[in-house]
Design a protein around this ligand. Structure first.
Ligand code: HDE
Length: 712
């Protein structure tokens, strides 16, 4: 703690370090500390005789190994994590008495875990899917978990449907196919009968479902929560994380290929960025709504399939998160991290969103099963930085050694300790004293019955290229659905969102545009809303810039982008340096790739040891490509992988730069007869490096697809 009582970003590290083990220069021992002489041979009767059960060294080693795996998370099994710090920008005590939001500059350590939803633990990072965005703040008044996604809405409205949703999206039960993919019959069967899923399904079908990097995604708390101040006054709140690197995706065709070249692509990218000192940053924003305004909108704040357009309630930026430290041990930290939306600190409270209410049960329950007991909060990654005192005792794998004779309250023997905060007028968690009065019912509010208005808002807010990607994604997924009746039924859902979208997807599926919702969809929807379909409300906002990923060219940066320099022996070092220096000055990276690894010979003399060859690399692993000049052109002209690299980069709408004298290589590419666009940067201007960087700021030349009919 510093003078102000703030926790520094390293305080969690200090707390973790007492559990760290460093084996350097240490003798190998058993778990009982017995030094081991031979870690290669089990104990036998003679060199060729039977093994002995008395070999406790062997038995312990194998018995521990046999228990190395714990159940993977039932959803969000595939993930990766990092440590970081949250810095508060201003005193927010007007809205919340949460201590970590109480002062400008106050720092709170945190741990973050990103994940995909559907795939198993070893599945690809590049699945088309929502991404989990779980943050554990180790505040000085206890832990606060904000467990969100990179999509601001959810598929379903009531937690009761969650197991069904997940059973539908996971690999099908008879053959366990497909892995980490929603493109199969059971998923589309389910969502075609659950029109409330339409909005989130569209987000997943958009480029948000295939991020370029975990560092380039927004995060959302999804549900409406409450901020509560010291006086007990509450405001509704939605949480947003805004990445400082912008929001970017890859192309779908690219995503599928990355899965083959490096299925750890996102995990690796995050690890390498932090390792290299490029600390990823997000600003935390809040949309704050007065309690009196709860019913002001055309949608219900408690409905998790709805967002609040930023045009309606602006996002107020309140702080910044920086990820600055990789875990030292994946299992101990990332895998054992246990998140729970019911873990809130004073100043933050729940709304009555029925999805959130269900989560409040499910997460603690799953952790007790997954981590093997009620003491999982004692694991180093899960324990708070402030001390824990209560009368909870014992249980499997208890590590705390609680001193004293009393484990009950009230007591006199232990001087009444630990005491309740109210007894000494200390600050403590107090639930917001919300007035609740109602009948016990199993029912859905009629204010949850409009399922398409915001899906239309999302579609209408996209650029033409983004809309085309959405058309392509629906067409891809529904083409993989074997049952024609499911394809037709989903077209019925799309018909309620946008006519043009429906017509394009129907054409790709060779089907007619349906007249409206399928009878079976309506029949199921009537179970929740007897008057289904309802007349849609009049939306306040019809187009929202914040929903498009291409909204903000002003803030564009090329920091941490990877540019492939395609080289071979004889390449000019000066031509490499020309762009390399300019890229590096803006935080981007130049990666040399040749037809072999080892020493690369320069035209000017001298060599450089390089690590990447066309054998191990592919265009899909890079953001842009550059061909420097030199005497290597003859080698490259005979290298099919070199042209494949360029062709794919072009197809995926990447920036490609050619140094003077190399332009003639374009003649061998498939794009040689295409008209130049701003992503094809030729070095005949004096500002070549700046032109290249300017083009790269746009991330991709997506217009190339629609202008040239390049398939994505
Ligand atoms: Fe989760 N979810 N979820 N979820 N969820 C889990 O908890 C669940 C929901 C989310 O990095 C599980 O530890 C129910 C919404 C993330 O460790 C489980 C419902 C959102 C993670 C669970 C939801 C999420 C999980 C599985 C419907 C976005 C990964 C293992 C009521 C706001 C956390 C585990 C991590 C994980 C249940 C809906 C996000 C089973 C019942 C909505 C990011 O408890």
């Amino acid at each position: 703690m510093n003078e102000k009582g703030n926790l520094s970003g390293d305080s969690k590290k200090n707390q973790l370090s007492q559990f760290e083990v460093d084996a350097s220069n240490r003798v190998m021992t058993t778990n009982d500390g017995i030094a081991i002489n031979d870690n290669n041979n089990s104990l036998k009767v003679g060199e060729r005789g039977p093994s002995l059960t008395e070999d406790f060294i062997f038995r312990e080693k194998l018995a521990h190994f046999d228990r190395e795996r714990i159940p993977e998370r039932v959803v969000h099994a595939r993930g990766t994590g990092a440590h970081g710090v949250f810095e508060c920008y201003e005193d927010l005590s007007q809205y919340s008495c949460a201590s970590f939001l109480s002062a400008k500059g106050k720092k709170t350590p945190l741990f973050l875990r990103f994940s995909t939803v559907a795939g198993f633990r070893g599945s690809t990072d590049l699945a088309r899917d929502a991404r989990g965005f779980s943050v554990k703040f180790y505040t000085d008044e206890g832990n606060f978990d904000l467990i969100g996604n990179n999509i601001p809405v959810f598929f379903i409205q009531d937690a009761m449907n969650f197991p069904d949703l997940i059973h539908a999206v996971k690999p099908e039960p008879h053959n366990e196919i497909p892995q980490a993919a929603s493109a199969h019959d059971t998923f589309w069967d389910f969502v075609s009968l659950m029109p409330e899923a339409a909005h989130m399904v569209m987000w997943v079908m958009s480029d948000r479902g295939i991020p370029r990097s975990l560092r380039m995604m927004e995060g959302f708390g999804v549900h409406t929560f409450k901020l509560v101040n010291e006086a007990g006054k509450a405001h509704f709140v939605k949480f947003h994380w805004k990445p400082l690197l912008g929001v970017h995706s890859v192309a779908w065709n690219e995503a599928q290929k990355i899965s083959g070249f490096n299925s750890d692509f996102h995990r690796q990218d995050l690890f390498d960025a932090i390792d290299g000192g490029d600390f990823p940053e997000w600003e935390l924003g809040v949309q704050i709504i007065a309690e009196e305004d709860e019913h002001r909108f055309s949608f219900d704040l408690l409905d998790p399939t709805k967002l609040i357009p930023e045009e309606l309630v602006p996002v107020k930026i309140i702080g910044k998160m920086t990820l600055n430290r990789n875990p030292e041990n994946f299992f101990a930290e990332t895998e054992q991290a246990a998140f729970h939306p019911g873990r809130v600190v004073r100043g933050i409270d729940f709304s009555n969103d029925p999805l959130l209410q269900g989560r409040l049960f499910s997460y603690s329950d799953t952790q007790i099963y997954r981590l093997g007991g009620a003491n999982h909060q004692e694991l180093p990654i899960n324990r708070p930085v402030n001390p824990v005192h209560n009368n909870q005792r014992d249980g499997s794998m208890r590590t705390t050694i609680a001193k004293g004779e009393t484990a009950y309250f009230p007591n006199s023997i232990g001087n009444g300790c630990p005491y309740q905060a109210m007894m000494k007028g200390e600050k403590a968690f107090v639930s917001h004293a919300e007035q609740v009065d109602g009948k016990k019912v199993r029912a859905r509010s009629t204010s949850f019955a409009d399922h398409f208005t915001q899906a239309s808002l999302f579609y209408n807010s996209q650029t033409p290229e983004e809309q085309q990607h959405i058309v392509n994604a629906y067409s891809f997924e529904l083409s993989k659905v074997n049952r024609i009746d499911i394809r037709k039924r989903y077209l019925g859902i799309l018909s309620q969102i946008n006519g043009d979208l429906t017509a394009k997807v129907a054409a790709n599926l060779g089907l007619e545009v349906p007249k409206g919702l399928d009878a079976l969809t309506v029949q199921f929807a009537k179970q929740n809303h007897p008057n289904y379909p309802v007349t849609p409300p009049k939306a306040e906002v019809l187009k929202s810039a914040a929903l498009s990923m291409r909204a903000d060219p002003e803030k564009a940066t090329i920091a941490t982008r990877k540019v492939a320099f395609l080289v071979a022996d004889g390449v000019s070092k000066a031509s490499i340096d020309l762009l390399k220096k300019a890229l590096e000055s803006q935080g981007a990276q130049a990666c040399l790739i040749s037809n072999k690894v080892g020493d690369l010979k320069f035209m000017e003399g001298g060599t450089e040891n390089i690590q990447h060859s066309y054998l191990t690399e592919a265009s899909v692993l890079y953001d842009a490509v550059y061909v420097p000049s030199g005497k290597q052109l003859g080698i490259l002209a005979d290298e099919p992988d070199f042209f494949q690299f360029l062709n794919e980069a072009y197809r995926h709408c990447k920036v490609i730069g050619f140094a003077k004298g190399t332009e003639k290589l374009i003649e061998e590419t498939y794009f040689h007869n295409k008209k130049a666009d701003k992503g094809l940067v030729l070095d005949h201007e004096k500002d070549f490096a700046q032109d290249f960087i300017q083009a790269l700021k746009a991330h991709r030349i997506w217009e190339r697809e629609t202008a040239r009919k390049v398939p994505s």
